[in-house]
Design a protein. Structure first.
Length: 221
């Protein structure tokens, strides 16, 4: 009887699956405690097979960090399509982030784990690329609001973008430390609205948004 070998996955798809499995391993154990044997086992492949795709643990760690940026930015872009008012776009992004604290826990923990390794120049650069992408998106959204007469023109958009990102990281921290019950959905949304409405021009009305039903329930996985 002839036995047929299992069909091999295309190299790029296999590489993506390795990164996905590595994300959970690095998030739960950190960079220093993980070995290539652990990463190969999580991906369901041998160590030699792992090395065919990545030079070693560090390259895989860097690629895993970098993979979180396009994932999140794509979701933010999708959310922005549903809202005409840039300030409402930012509110919806914040609401989405709160609603998916649990499902994006691995991404969240990975970023915090990576921050503890930021003395390494390559890891620091990978993190900088991520945060630069997030801040640029938020800054551009605020600048769009200025151009459309919705956001205060004297606003330091980049600094406010960092503050918005910082609010998300505070939510992450509260979630990891078990304080999530102290900020329920209503209180989180109220706080977000208070912050964002403070950047709106006094004479600017809220612009209606296309999908006023609810914040889109998109997945980060």
């Amino acid at each position: 009887m002839v036995q047929h070998r299992a069909r091999r996955l295309p190299a790029e798809k296999r590489r993506r699956l390795i990164i996905e499995s590595a994300r959970d391993v690095f998030a739960s154990q950190g960079y220093a405690r993980v070995g290539t044997a652990d990463l190969a086992r999580a991906a369901g492949i041998s160590e030699p097979a792992l090395y065919r795709h990545f030079a070693g643990k560090k390259e895989l760690f860097l690629e895993t960090i970098r993979s979180t940026r396009p994932r999140l930015l794509n979701i933010w872009e999708e959310i922005s399509i549903d809202y005409e008012d840039p300030i409402e776009t930012l509110r919806a992004i914040g609401a989405y982030y709160y609603d998916h604290l649990e499902s994006h826990a691995a991404n969240m923990k990975l970023q915090w784990r990576a921050l503890s390794e930021a003395d390494d120049p390559e890891i620091r650069d990978a993190l900088r690329e991520n945060f630069e992408g997030f801040v640029t998106f938020l800054t551009d959204t605020l600048e769009e609001g200025k151009a459309r007469g919705i956001v205060k023109t004297d606003l330091d958009s980049r600094m406010v973008a960092w503050q918005i990102l910082g609010n998300g990281m505070i939510m992450d921290l509260m979630h990891m430390l078990g304080f999530r019950d102290e900020v329920d959905r209503r209180r989180a949304d109220s706080s977000s609205r208070h912050t964002l409405e403070s950047v709106r021009k006094n004479d600017a009305r809220r612009r209606p948004y296309v999908n006023a039903e609810a914040t889109p329930a998109r997945s980060v996985n």
